[in-house]
Design a protein around this ligand. Structure first.
Ligand code: ADP
Length: 213
């Protein structure tokens, strides 16, 4: 399957994309993760991306499109992939269609995870990640037993640099302006499907599985 998972920041794309990868052996490709890795490595690309990410804006198209192009040439994507956080604008969606068109492997579906605005803000401000194992917590919905400490390995829990209120407001605005138009874009292609993104992770995963190609 070749699918795009999209939705507002905090809609749970990353969580569901990872579950799909585990269940269907299709790699999860997250531009957010790829960009954060580039920032952590201090590469020139990472340095360019960091300012935009910290401000809650989109990183330049040539950077993310280039990253995706390179990632899609790797062998593990041969039987499919789950794109998470890409495309995020009509321009990126067009670039993706061109790329996949060249290899005659068009996208099968674009799945939107629908979550109410108030829940998005809580999910984002409450999000914490274990520095060691990457396990995700939320101080409102799924807190660790001990504040700031991972239940699994005692690792320190960190907040993502862009999960502060000012940046979150900007990310949600960018989503409305630049990413939400993808709904119509994929509707016109007959590939769009929306899934209710509220409830437990298991419930949401079952809904996603129902609409898979
Ligand atoms: P979220 O969806 O919760 O905002 P991501 O990890 O997907 O988190 O993205 C974090 C940041 O990385 C975005 O705010 C943006 O600055 C940058 N980014 C990720 N994907 C893209 C993309 N496809 N195009 C441009 N910028 C991106």
């Amino acid at each position: 399957m070749r699918i795009v998972l999209f939705g507002a920041p905090g809609s749970g794309k990353g969580t569901q994309a990872r579950r799909l990868m585990d269940a269907y052996a299709s790699p999860q490709i997250s531009t957010g993760d790829l960009l954060r890795a580039a920032v952590a490595a201090g590469s020139p690309l990472g340095q360019k991306a960091k300012a935009a990410m910290d401000a809650g804006k989109l990183v330049a198209d040539d950077i993310v499109v280039g990253m995706i192009k390179e990632r899609l040439t790797q062998k593990d994507t041969k039987y499919g992939f789950v794109l998470d956080g890409f495309p995020r604008s009509i321009k990126q969606a067009e670039a993706l269609d061109r790329m996949l068109g060249e290899v005659e492997q068009p996208l099968n579906k674009a799945i939107l995870l629908n979550v109410k605005f108030d829940n998005l803000v809580k999910r984002l401000t409450g999000r914490r990640t274990c520095k060691q194992c990457g396990h995700l917590y939320n101080v409102y919905f799924s807190p660790p037993k001990k504040d700031g400490v991972c239940d699994h390995d005692g690792g320190e829990l960190l907040q993502r640099a862009d999960d502060n209120e000012a940046t979150i407001t900007q990310r949600l605005k960018v989503y409305e302006e630049q990413t939400a138009p993808l709904v119509d874009y994929y509707k016109k292609q007959g590939k769009y499907v929306a899934v209710d993104g509220e409830g437990t992770m298991d419930e949401i995963f079952r809904r996603v599985e129902k609409v898979l190609p």
